[in-house]
Design a protein around this ligand. Structure first.
Ligand code: SF4
Ligand code: SF4
Length: 425
């Protein structure tokens, strides 16, 4: 691996502490990923991206800044990256998925805050993630209470722009979201010093749509009876989508899909025939949170789809590319983004419809409803999700977990019993 210490130092990172993270990550990735058999060859690219996670892409972002470009750090799939790319900025996901960053967040947040928020705040305040150091501005949103308050704390350290997400999906809410996107566009123009023209926005809409389509293609391949890629591998591809260069990511993911097409033609599966097919639904699994996929796939089942923001919520539905004025394009963006069904909306029947539809499309045998500890939104919504699944006769296991390994054995026992029950059905 190239030595990036000079870059990290220039970003005023806590090098000693960061070195500890650099030491553990390759071991974890090796144990979880490189132990898998029959991986697609095209996964080499994503292995490389993870191996150089705090090096290659951060170096590209720093290069962009040296040329006068700006970096926007985002935390939620409702934030329209298209606007940023249309102004020649770069949007990069910043959600923290490691326990390593949680204690740093707990210094300023109540322990009873979800680990995703604690890790994200900790990564910034502890100065142990280059992405969090590089971003010129963070883009927050009003999706949940914990995040809303976290922005106020982060704003003491870094510029933050907060987008006000509606809580309902009536016509007036979609109109309000379009207004919010307009304000965001003005902010992006101010920060970058560049004008967003309809031509530039049309290009950016195509760029991000192409990324979504590549991911949709990958997920379609997971619907096959012979599953050509493990859930773990598909998950890391979804996680990398949040911060990789979109053009390169689309190209590499389409290449991966070409290889998987061949596997499908040749009836190649990475799992033995009859392996039970599991859908995960719930809170996002930010990189490097691979815990549950690893438990499921080393307990004799396969994860074939994630109804999560690191999954279908990220790529389903594209933005209408036929619009030619800024107002029309912004309306098209508002409409596409409002089709995402996060538990922060009420009512949120659309999410239950999505889960039932995906269960059919991916022919799942059972569903694990995963909730990050202290996420009230998804925890409360779990009641309706699990009730709907029981009514539809789809076996469901509700799980609450965090980023630690403390509950790994207990989870393994529960997941194992669930899969055994599916095997005996
Ligand atoms: S779960 Fe909701 S708040 Fe979190 S990233 Fe997804 S859409 Fe945003
Ligand atoms: S998982 Fe829940 S509590 Fe955590 S950031 Fe997302 S919506 Fe908020």
């Amino acid at each position: 691996m190239t030595d990036y210490h000079e870059m990290w130092q220039s970003l005023d990172m806590d090098l000693a502490k960061h070195d500890l993270l650099c030491e553990v990550l390759p071991t974890v990735f090796g144990d979880v990923y490189l132990t898998q058999g029959n991986r697609p060859q095209a996964m080499d690219y994503y292995n490389f991206v993870v191996a150089e996670i705090h090096g290659v892409r951060p170096a590209e972002l720093v290069e962009h800044q040296k040329k006068g470009g700006k970096i926007f750090g985002t935390f939620c799939v409702y934030v329209p990256d298209e606007i940023v790319f249309a102004a020649d900025g770069i949007a990069t996901g910043l959600c923290g998925g490691s326990q390593f960053w949680v204690p740093g967040g707990e210094k300023v947040l109540p322990t009873s805050t979800c680990p995703l928020i604690k890790a994200s705040v900790g990564a910034r305040l502890d100065r142990t993630c280059p992405f969090f150091r590089i971003a010129d501005i963070y883009v927050g949103e009003t999706t949940c209470d914990g995040k809303k308050k976290a922005w106020e704390i982060l704003a003491e350290d870094v510029p933050v722009h907060v987008m006000d997400i509606p809580q309902m999906k009536r016509a007036k809410d979609i109109a309000a979201w379009a207004e919010e996107i307009k304000d965001f566009l003005a902010k992006v123009e101010e920060v970058t010093g560049n004008k967003v023209t309809p031509e530039k926005l049309a290009e950016a809409i195509k760029l991000i749509n192409a990324k979504r389509q590549a991911l949709a293609r990958l997920y379609d391949l997971r619907k096959k009876e012979n599953i050509p890629i493990s859930g773990k591998d598909a998950l890391v591809v979804s996680q990398i989508a949040f911060y990789d260069d979109p053009t390169r990511f689309t190209k590499m993911t389409n290449q991966l899909c070409d290889e998987l097409d061949e596997r499908v033609k040749n009836n190649v599966s990475v799992f033995p025939a009859g392996t039970k097919r599991i859908m995960l639904t719930g809170t996002p699994l930010a990189i490097p949170n691979w815990k549950l996929h690893h438990i499921v796939e080393t307990s004799g089942a396969a994860v074939v789809v994630e109804e999560m923001c690191t999954g279908t919520r990220y790529f389903e539905n594209t933005v209408d590319e036929s619009k030619t004025t800024l107002d029309e394009q912004i309306q098209a963006l508002a409409e596409r983004y409002m089709k995402i069904n996060c538990a922060c909306f009420t009512p949120n029947e659309g999410r239950i419809d999505d889960i039932l539809r995906l269960a059919k499309e991916y022919k799942v045998d059972g569903i694990i409803d995963v909730n990050l500890k202290f996420c009230n939104l998804y925890d409360v919504e779990g009641y309706k999700v699990e009730k709907a699944l029981q009514e539809a006769g789809i076996p469901v296991l509700g799980i609450e977990t965090d980023y630690t390994d403390q509950d790994a054995e207990q989870l393994r026992t529960r997941v194992g019993a669930f899969i055994e029950m599916l095997d005996n059905k």
